[in-house]
Design a protein around this ligand. Structure first.
Ligand SMILES: Cc1ncc(COP(=O)(O)O)c(C=O)c1O
Length: 374
């Protein structure tokens, strides 16, 4: 996956390329400055322990592990679940399949069987069952893990309801684990207005990110059973991800997960509202249509009803050349967006984007469309 857009060296003034561009809040910065720390590889960092305890409790699992990134969280989860020669069943547009440098093959020594997902990001359960290999046949890889991505980024970051994971769990053979790549799990919980634990009740392991819409500068957390987390911890060590006084980083994550006004979970609803407003405005602009890729049939108008979290995906009419020209024209007007290789342009709202920015993005988009009209 390459993100076709004019890049750096200076970030655009209004940056909706991703929610990974968020900066730590003032409360996070002061918590980081004051965090009690210790050597986390010895298990002595009180702030890491507090964050891991909080994450496990929030997600309703036995244990948790702080990792530097979502990619490492997914990778240690794969390493903990999947043997060499195993096979992972995953949605075909998942981050694990497309955006993690084939670490499932390179590091884990596993194969991956992609399954086409629905416009809501769910692999049809029948297709998952059909993909399970015959474990008595020595020709076959060993099906070892099923992945769900929640929110599912490429379908407008749609949240996956707990009912789907429950049905998947009930259909799968006992002992075949489910891993949720929940990079934006808290966006899903806020959009569905459900406790986050409910979303992952039927999952065996989960990765969620503190560094995206939740605004922490670094870090993700893996949760699961105590035994799974022990294996994931060992995998983290193998990868060089055993950090020392990492409580400085975990402190920001703890602020993110606080209940009070300094916490950054509840405010995600503002990002969702602004993404909807952006979609409503873009829908009116001539030259903006739907992605025609997963989310909606090609050529129809962008449907703001499909925007339930903080992603707006759309297509610019006129093909790849115009898309590049549109992105460049936006950037010249101080607005940063990116495009996926299959043609969807992506705008992501976050704490750094306010109502005035949404109005500015809509102005810039109208001008960019006019400037690039074939
Ligand atoms: C769905 C999904 N999973 C995993 C990741 C990986 O997170 P990180 O960039 O922290 O490695 C991302 C990053 O954007 C993502 O969107």
């Amino acid at each position: 996956m390459s993100y076709a857009a004019p890049q750096g060296p200076v970030a655009p003034a209004i940056d909706v390329r991703s929610d990974t561009v968020t900066h730590p809040t003032p409360a996070m910065r002061s918590a980081m400055a004051e965090a009690p720390v210790g050597d986390d590889v010895f298990g002595d960092d009180p702030t890491i322990l507090a964050l891991e305890g909080r994450a496990a409790a929030l997600l309703g699992k036995e244990a948790a592990l702080f990792v530097p990134s979502g990619t490492m969280g997914n990778l240690v989860s794969l390493m903990a679940h999947v043997p060499r020669g195993g096979e992972v069943i995953s949605p075909s547009e998942s981050h694990i399949f497309n955006d993690e440098a084939a670490n499932y093959a390179v590091v884990v020594g596993a194969g991956l069987r992609p399954i086409a997902e629905t416009p809501d990001g769910e692999m049809p359960i029948e297709a998952v069952l059909d993909a399970i290999q015959d474990s008595s046949d020595p020709h076959c890889p060993i099906t070892s893990l099923v992945v769900v991505e929640n929110c599912h980024a490429h379908t407008m970051s749609r949240p996956i309801a707990p009912d789907y994971v429950a049905r998947l769990r009930a259909a799968l053979p006992p002992g075949l684990p489910i891993h949720v790549d929940g990079a934006r799990l808290f966006n899903a919980a806020v959009a569905l207005d459900l406790p986050v634990a409910e979303l992952v009740r039927d999952a065996d392991s989960v990765t969620f990110c503190l560094s995206k819409g939740l605004c922490a500068p670094v870090g993700s957390v893996v949760v699961g059973s105590a035994d799974f987390i022990w294996r994931a911890r060992r995998a983290r060590k193998l990868l060089g991800g055993g950090l020392r006084q990492a409580g400085i980083l975990a402190a920001a994550g703890l602020v993110a997960l606080q209940d009070g006004p300094e916490g950054t979970v509840q405010r995600l609803a503002e990002d969702h509202r602004r993404a909807r407003t952006l979609a409503e405005g873009l829908r009116e602009q001539e030259g903006i249509i739907t992605p025609g890729h997963l989310a909606q049939p090609e050529g129809t108008l962008l449907d703001p009803e499909r925007v339930t979290t903080n992603f707006v995906l759309f297509t610019v009419t006129g093909g790849a050349e115009r898309r590049t020209a549109y992105l460049t024209a936006l950037r010249e007007r101080g607005v940063g967006m990116v495009a996926y290789p299959h043609g969807q342009v992506r705008a992501v709202t976050h704490r750094g984007i306010d109502d005035a920015d949404i109005a500015s993005i809509l102005d810039a988009s109208a001008q960019a469309l006019a400037a690039t009209r074939p």
